[in-house]
Design a protein around this ligand. Structure first.
Ligand code: FMN
Length: 328
């Protein structure tokens, strides 16, 4: 069975992690991934201490396997960090720190309650900063991914980060949705993968059916990097762009970002109306390029099991066959 240093560190059977996605994770999805032998991670950004305690309780009622809780650090204060650590998750999953934020102090608090720290980065300097601050695991997220991403591709970022932070283990994220992606990530020096978009198109993901159908319909070529969603909400992410599907909202404002800045109230109201009407064409739909690889909505456990089985088969059969044919 495929097992890596990340499996040992996180106490999981398979090196497959669910990205903690705001609005895209639920206790049901987290528990399904963890029960299947991966690591489920729930997004906690913007939630109260009571809500976080409720989520953790709900996950624990569904599984006794390890799980993680995620915070976007640039939006998190000491109270939010304390609320997450108070419920003692196995993994404290973090991303997008502000430049002046005290990562060392934050990660030490997690270690004090026995949690492992898994920090996501999109550049090498962010990775070395997190490793020096004591992160136990680094997630190297490439620009192919859904949601907020940087500009480096996964294929280049993963080996760069793995070399820069060794011996700290690295997970690959962004652009991985199948066993080929997992096998490739392992050969690039990663110890596993973190998947977002693939799990959004799962039975358990708490998204409207129409959002999931956008992923199924996408050929992967119809996503783009843009600042439109953040301009509309007025939120400044440290160094990130959004990867979203190119829909009516994006078409309308692409190239008119300056105008959007002063009309954002009106645009937000229209996105709200569209959401209430169940219309996915006028909202920011965060999906990655892997949408082109995703053809059906499946249970999360099926996704975990298939990704691992495919990777094992590729490593067992295709890799040796390539070497054999090179010899003969
Ligand atoms: C809708 C959506 C919301 C996300 N929210 C978060 C978040 O709150 N915290 C975080 O660390 N990552 C977040 N991410 C990023 C994912 O954790 C993950 O890195 C990314 O989806 C991986 O790329 P993939 O979509 O190609 O699998 C989000 C991604 C998506 C698609």
């Amino acid at each position: 069975m495929l097992s890596t240093r990340a499996c040992t560190l996180l106490g999981i059977r398979h090196p497959v992690v669910l990205g903690g996605m705001g609005g895209g994770t639920s206790p049901e999805l987290v528990a399904a991934v963890s029960r299947a032998g991966g690591l489920g991670v729930h997004a906690c950004t913007g939630r109260s201490a009571e809500e976080i305690a409720g989520l953790a309780g709900d996950i624990r009622r569904r599984t006794d396997r390890p799980f993680g809780l995620n915070l976007l650090l640039f939006l998190a204060d000491d109270v939010a960090v304390g609320a997450v650590l108070a419920v003692r998750p196995r993994v404290f999953s973090t991303a997008w720190a502000r430049r002046e934020q005290d990562l060392r102090g934050c990660f030490a608090r997690a270690h004090d309650v026995g949690a492992k720290v898994m920090h996501m980065v999109s550049t090498v300097p962010e990775a070395t900063r997190a490793a020096e601050a004591g992160a136990d695991l680094i997630v190297a997220q490439g620009t192919e991914g859904g949601g907020h991403v940087g500009l480096m591709g996964t294929m280049v970022l993963v080996p760069l980060v793995a070399r820069a932070v060794a011996p700290v283990p690295v997970l690959a994220a962004g652009g991985v949705a199948d066993g080929g992606g997992l096998a490739a990530a392992l050969l690039l020096g990663a110890e596993g993968v973190l998947l977002g978009t693939r799990f959004l198109a799962s039975t358990e993901a708490p998204l409207p059916e129409r959002y999931k159908q956008v992923i199924i319909a996408s050929d992967g070529h119809d996503t783009l990097l843009t600042e439109i969603p953040d301009i509309a909400t007025g939120r400044v992410w440290p160094g990130a762009y959004s990867r979203v599907v190119r829909n009516r909202l994006i078409e309308e404002w692409c190239g008119r970002e300056g105008e959007l800045r002063y009309r954002r109230g009106e645009v937000l109201a229209r996105t709200q109306q569209a959401r209430e009407a169940g219309d996915p064409s006028y909202g920011a739909l965060f999906i990655g390029q892997t949408a082109g690889l995703i053809a059906s909505i499946e249970p999360a456990a099926t996704i975990v099991e298939r990704v691992v089985a495919e990777a094992e088969a590729l490593l067992r059969q295709r890799a040796p066959a390539l070497l054999d044919s090179a010899i003969s």
